[in-house]
Design a binder for this molecule. Sequence first.
Ligand code: ZN
Length: 402
Amino acid sequence: MSRKNLLTLLITITGSVCGSEMLILNEAITDGMLCRGHHWTPDEANLKMKEFAATWNNKASWEKRKAKIRQGILDGLHWDHMPKIEGDFEPIINSRREMDGYAVENIAIKSFPGFYITGNLYTPVNPKDKNPAILNPHGHMPNKRLTHYMQLRCASFARMGAIAFAYDMVGHGESKQINHRMPIAALLQTWNSKRVLEYLLSRPDVDPKRIGMTGGSGGGTQTFMLTAIDDRITVSAPTVQVSAHFFGGCICESGMPIHTSRVQTNNVEFAALAAPRPLLMTSNGADWTRNTPRIEYPYVQSVYALYDAEHKVENVHLATEGHDYGFSKRAISYGFFGHHLGLPYKRVGYDEGFDETSVTVLEPAELYVFNKDQPRPTDELVGDDAVMAYLGFIYDSPSSKK
Ligand SMILES: [Zn+2]
């Protein structure tokens, strides 16, 4: 029996598909549909941006294109395969620690039945009745959620008065149910971000009009993806990632046909879908964002001009820096979110330059949600095939045909 038939049989027996038709991924998604990594040269991308710009000349024609781009992301991700789930987060929250001006808790929420999002929730110690919230996805580094980069950023946001949620990429950190490099990683990560957003919106202490999102590199990709398809993100800062010629090097960024399914587009137009919401595109001199002041930013600003909102999109270009979300880039984000979310950002030492020394960097084990006292949920789907089968996907890999 072939792998496809075996999986179909298993699914028929268990009845575990959540409603959609089964889709054989490696037949439905072919190489020609994907724009991966350095798909274009910077020279080619410059000409492509001119082609894109020629497709609209006013707000109405841009919004027509915008609708196609947004639907193209959803189609490319096969969003229709995700369960119709609302609420039902079943949050597991433990190990609250009160620190200097903020508290940190370990948290897991249900993404969909049998699949969990693991993270940390940083909150102000003296919260108001309604507080802004900021989603903090991360980029590609082992256990990145637990590193000092993420702790400093999220704790500083909480010290400023925001509720900051740091969550694992799929297959990283405590997200152990699947491998990271699996065929529907882009779908799962975007879906997880939506669920984190909806969890935050479900909290009575969150102000739904002040929802930020930021991440660097692969976290930047997650940021502009959710911002593009969900207007409930009201302030966005994809960092060191928005590029006209580079489409993301990982399967979780460019492994599904999000750039071609309705119209040929790229990540610059994804970022522009934020308009007229406040958007910060921090860039640097040593990666695929090195042309941002000349190529990417002028295009996005021309979109913002349609809404008379040029002042709501910013580019800070650090020509002598590289591909990271280090202190200088975090400091830019503190000022940006402080302004647009109405936070008293002097709380992180603004007068003397942003100062993160009040943050205590914890050991990774202290930030784990699951341990001997808090076991993992017993209903977890385990393995790439189990998760894909539940959602109605089959990946019939060449090796499985032997
Ligand atoms: Zn990835």
